[in-house]
Design a protein around this ligand. Structure first.
Ligand code: CA
Length: 231
């Protein structure tokens, strides 16, 4: 039985074939194209469960594809994982801010690629806004009571500032997903004014310290931002 349909957008045919081989072996149904324009059409027509999108494409590039898909209410909820060269840090950041869910750098190990895709598929649709009354978040011994703004680590209360609390909640809602500093900032603004871009790093450092050994679950993704290790 198929685990879902993945649209692979990659103009280099050897890489496309390699990805196809690994995905099909894991029982995904694979659609593929090397053209950005075609990728947009196929996404609208076929509604894949995920789009794996190379950023460097002839003609319409990956960022433009990402922007177009995210602007279309019919397909904007379909997860996008970008495929990039390691040197394309600025593009990675731009893509995440356009709404891509995650990225994998080339050359990639098939196991890493598959794990990343699985994590994104598992998170699924409708990550949007949630109510304050939602159930507590828990992750590896950490529990966050959203209504009461309380954090417990292995049963012991941890005292956080409002900004630290908001950053933690934001990361906890999507383990494995990388967020740029700007995305984190955007989420926590309105709660606490005068939080500047670089001060995110200071807040994260303070948060890690308060969480002790658990703090290492918050990973720095160099040049990009932060992510909570996939559980
Ligand atoms: Ca390419």
């Amino acid at each position: 039985m198929s685990k879902g349909t993945i649209l692979v957008v990659e103009d280099e045919s050897d890489i496309e074939e390699l990805i196809r081989y690994h995905l099909e072996r894991e029982n995904y149904r694979v659609l593929a194209t090397g053209s950005g324009e075609e990728a947009v059409k196929m996404t609208k027509r076929e509604r894949p469960d995920l789009v794996l999108l190379d950023l460097m494409l002839p003609g319409m590039d990956g960022l433009e594809v990402c922007r177009t898909l995210r602007a279309d209410s019919q397909v904007r909820q379909i997860p996008i994982v970008m495929l990039t060269a390691r040197s394309e840090e600025a593009d990675i950041v731009a893509g995440l801010e356009l709404g891509a869910d995650d990225y994998v750098t080339k050359p990639f190990r098939p196991r890493v690629l598959l794990a990343r895709l699985r994590a994104v598929l598992r998170r699924g649709v409708g990550e949007g806004e949630r109510k304050d009354e939602e159930a507590p978040l828990s992750y590896k011994g950490l529990t966050v009571d959203l209504g009461r703004h309380q954090v417990e680590l292995r049963g012991k209360r941890v005292s956080l500032t409002l900004t630290e609390f908001n950053i933690l909640v934001h990361l906890l809602r999507s383990p494995g997903r990388v967020f740029t500093r700007y995305q984190i900032l955007d989420r926590i603004q309105g709660h606490d004014s005068y939080v500047l871009d670089r001060t995110i790093d200071v807040h994260v450092a303070a948060l890690r310290k308060k969480l002790g050994s658990f703090g290492s679950n918050i990973e720095t993704v160099r040049g990009v931002g932060y992510r909570l290790k996939d559980a």
